[in-house]
Design a protein around this ligand. Structure first.
Ligand SMILES: NC(=O)c1ccc[n+]([C@@H]2O[C@H](COP(=O)([O-])OP(=O)(O)OC[C@H]3O[C@@H](n4cnc5c(N)ncnc54)[C@H](OP(=O)(O)O)[C@@H]3O)[C@@H](O)[C@H]2O)c1
Length: 378
């Protein structure tokens, strides 16, 4: 009997990669639910190919949508559909939170690409999994790498994680040039092809700050034991250091299809011919550098928000979402992304406030969005 899968954000980069994986694994999995936000045409194409029981379009309008669910509630409906065992959350940003919580409370596995969910409400999300019997399995390649290294080990054996970062397109640029970088330059990622928001987050290194917070919640390690190293080739995706000093790394040519497949089949591995086989000679020299924090101020702000805890990570995430959107709309320069985040986080009146209620988290999120807009526009 095949396993039912819901894909939230099926029209995005992660969603499309998931469908490519599923196309090779039709005996094991079937698509039960698909959701998109605005791309009605692609969603209709996917619907014709996969014939899912449920299709939802958040921002529904136009023709050819009879029978589709519309509005934000379609996300929770898809995530809790009775025939769904695994929910792949490929939504970008805070919009994915409610569906993650609902899926975990309903006892589903959430294959989580939507890292913003764990950043803004890590305590709530992990509690929902505990209470509902659901399970969070990371899709992010770095966290998938770590999971592959620690699978089968006791949590107490893990001493430290090292997440790798490509360094993005501006790794070798001077600060003056970076501050004036254009949208096209920020979207030219050296090793990965992804959606726009995460590509900009990779250029600011906010993505890595989000991933440090994600790792803290996934692997129950304090922040002093989650390190980051720049690795421009993106071949090693993560390291796990154990209490005896031994270190394991997971590697492969950059592709999201492998971490997606692993999140679907974990803890098992299944045969798959879809990804390029590893060749050490083709991979060439692998290099590692320390993060030059003066080049990536937003990364530093994110790590500090992590240390403060409570609702500070939610505020950091929300301010970043606003700043990135404004940058993509060419309303602010690249250099102002970090400034907007810093001021929106610094002007927090309930810094480190309680993050154990959804109300508090959503209030912090809304407050930081409002402040970020105010800061950006004056
Ligand atoms: N892409 C990668 O390789 C990669 C790797 C690791 C982690 N991630 C994480 O995965 C998530 C998705 O990234 P992506 O690169 O796939 O982004 P993307 O290509 O921009 O796709 C985003 C998806 O979310 C939908 N969406 C956008 N806003 C929404 C909203 N308010 N409510 C519901 N759905 C919404 C979009 O629908 P429409 O297209 O129909 O508008 C699309 O299906 C992010 O959290 C990212 O950090 C991505």
């Amino acid at each position: 009997m095949s396993v039912g899968v819901a894909i939230l954000g099926s029209t995005g980069s992660i969603g499309r990669s998931t469908l490519q994986v599923l196309a090779r694994q039709r005996e094991r999995f079937r698509v039960v639910a698909l959701t998109g936000h605005s791309n009605a045409d692609l969603l209709a194409e996917q619907e014709r190919e996969w014939r899912p029981a449920f299709v939802g379009l958040v921002n529904g309008n136009g023709k050819g949508e009879a029978g589709r669910r519309k509005g934000t509630s379609c996300l929770v409906e898809a995530a809790t559909h009775p025939d769904v065992k695994i929910v792949v959350n490929g939504i970008v940003g805070a919009a994915g939170l409610e569906a993650t919580l609902a899926a975990l409370r309903a006892g589903k596995r959430v294959a989580l690409a939507n890292k913003e969910t764990l950043v803004m409400a890590g305590e709530l999300v992990t509690a929902a999994a505990r209470e509902g019997g659901g399970e969070i399995v990371p899709v992010d390649s770095e966290h998938s790498a770590v999971l592959q290294c620690v699978a089968g080990r006791r949590p107490t054996e893990l001493a430290r994680l090292i997440l790798t970062a490509s360094g993005g397109p501006f790794r070798t640029w001077g600060p003056e040039r970076v501050s004036r970088a254009t949208v096209a330059e920020a979207l030219k990622h050296p090793t990965w092809t992804m959606g726009k928001k995460i590509t900009v987050d990779s250029a600011t290194l906010v993505n890595k700050a989000l991933e440090v917070i994600e790792a803290h919640f996934l692997f129950a390690l304090d922040y002093d034991h989650v390190d980051v190293v720049i690795h421009p080739q993106s071949i090693v995706h993560g390291f796990a250091e154990f209490v005896d000093g031994s270190v394991l790394a997971q590697m492969g040519f950059p592709t999201m299809e492998l971490p997606i497949l692993y999140a679907l089949t974990y803890p098992d591995r299944v045969p798959d011919q879809g990804v390029r086989r590893f060749d050490p000679v083709a991979a060439g020299s692998l290099t590692f550098e320390a993060v030059q924090v003066d080049r990536f101020p937003a990364y530093v702000i994110g790590r500090e928000a992590a240390r403060v805890g409570g609702t500070a990570p939610a505020r950091f995430n929300a301010a970043n979402e606003v700043a990135v959107q404004l940058f993509l709309e060419e309303k602010i320069h690249f250099g102002r992304i970090a400034e907007v985040i810093e001021r929106a986080v610094a002007e927090d009146t309930h810094s480190g406030g309680d993050a154990n209620s959804l109300e508090d988290v959503l209030r912090a999120d809304a407050d930081a969005r409002r402040l970020a807009l105010e800061v950006a526009c004056c």
